[in-house]
Design a protein around this ligand. Structure first.
Ligand code: NAP
Length: 313
């Protein structure tokens, strides 16, 4: 498993890369694409004046625009790095300015709804290659980005059947250039897999932190003081961007609700095992789940020494 990004390309893959939205994911792409020489010119778009000033200070892009349509003129790759609920409106705004042959992609955590909201706006001759890098942190904004965010992580591409194969290959090469591994899936399958590996875990974290905050017989001070017992690790996930996650749940309703009903059934079975002193059932499950954690580490998707905030000697 490589621990650092490989050598930069001798010639860039794209002439003009436009990142609409320059938060955690957009800024990480800007930094990685710059370091790996994946684009001749990097263009950032953000509607907020303060964010644009910060992007300039950080030197994330060669050009910074407020108007996405103005920015995408002449672009050969445009990546929508905005919350999934905003992708359709952005696609509509940029559509008239897209050059024939341009590739439009995105990084949304939901694929079916994004494809349904973006595709109808794109003109003939523009290729849409949706992507989802399965990499992130709980931080947002342009200061949160770092160039190795995608290193050894998966990026899932979900192009519709019949999408221009050259465009798909170029997007694949772009993600590989940033150190990611690429996998192809249909959008519905992606949404189902991510519902259980990402969306439901976030919902559980939001829920448990919310429940703890609302308790009456245990004070908030006690919850914070004794958080190292497990609660603290949920709070990291529950600190994720509220707009992004609101949009994820509203746009992947079916898959999330399906996985949630499975989760509720299994939770009820666990409650029953506790009530009836069924230690064997509990031990059996906890042994299986421990093996899953070990599998994640051996696949290089996490480090065995997570510090959980403890100082190292
Ligand atoms: P972020 O740090 O909060 O950045 C979001 C960006 O989108 C900002 O530039 C923001 O502009 C812009 N934006 C927000 N609402 C908008 C709207 N209505 N119209 C136009 N622009 C808008 O979020 P992020 O973590 O980079 O997430 C971006 C996308 O990546 C989301 O679709 C998310 O599902 C996906 N993703 C996230 C993660 C993760 O762990 N965070 C991982 C994989 C994929 P302002 O700064 O002006 O508000």
């Amino acid at each position: 498993m490589p621990e650092r990004l490989g050598s930069p390309r001798e010639t860039p893959l794209f002439r003009r890369l436009v990142l609409v939205g320059i938060g955690l994911i957009g800024s990480s792409i800007a930094l990685a694409a710059r370091r790996q020489n994946l684009a001749e010119r990097i263009v950032a778009v953000d509607k907020d004046e303060g964010v644009r000033a910060r992007v300039a200070e950080l030197g994330l892009a060669d050009e910074i625009h407020a108007d996405p349509a103005q920015a995408v003129a002449g672009a050969d790759l445009v990546i929508l790095c905005v919350p999934v609920g905003a992708c359709g409106a952005v696609a509509k705004a940029i559509a008239p300015a897209l050059a024939p042959g341009a590739i439009v992609s995105d990084v949304g955590s939901v694929k079916g709804a994004v494809m349904a909201s973006v595709e109808p706006h794109l003109p003939e001759g523009v290729h849409f290659v949706p992507a989802h890098p399965v990499a992130g942190t709980e931080n947002s904004g342009p200061d949160a980005g770092f160039p190795t965010l995608f290193l050894n992580r998966w990026s899932i591409l979900t192009p519709a059947y019949g999408t221009d194969s050259d465009a798909v290959e170029r997007v694949r090469a772009f993600w590989q250039g940033m150190g990611a591994n690429v996998e192809f899936m249909s959008a519905p399958h992606h949404d189902l897999v991510l519902a259980i590996t990402s969306h439901v875990p976030h919902l559980i974290a939001y829920n448990i932190v919310g429940t703890a905050a609302d308790l009456e017989r245990v004070t908030e001070k006690e919850v914070i003081k004794f958080s190292a017992g497990g609660f603290r690790d949920f709070t990291r996930i529950a600190a994720s961007d509220p707009t992004m996650w609101r949009d994820v749940f509203l746009n992947n309703k079916e898959a999330v609700l399906e996985m949630l009903s499975r989760f509720n059934e299994d939770l009820a079975a666990l409650a029953r095992a506790i009530r009836w002193d069924d230690g064997e059932a509990l031990h059996k499950l906890f042994t299986r789940t421990r093996a899953i954690r070990r599998g994640i580490i051996s696949e290089g998707q996490d480090a065995p020494l997570v510090d959980f905030g403890r100082p190292r000697e």
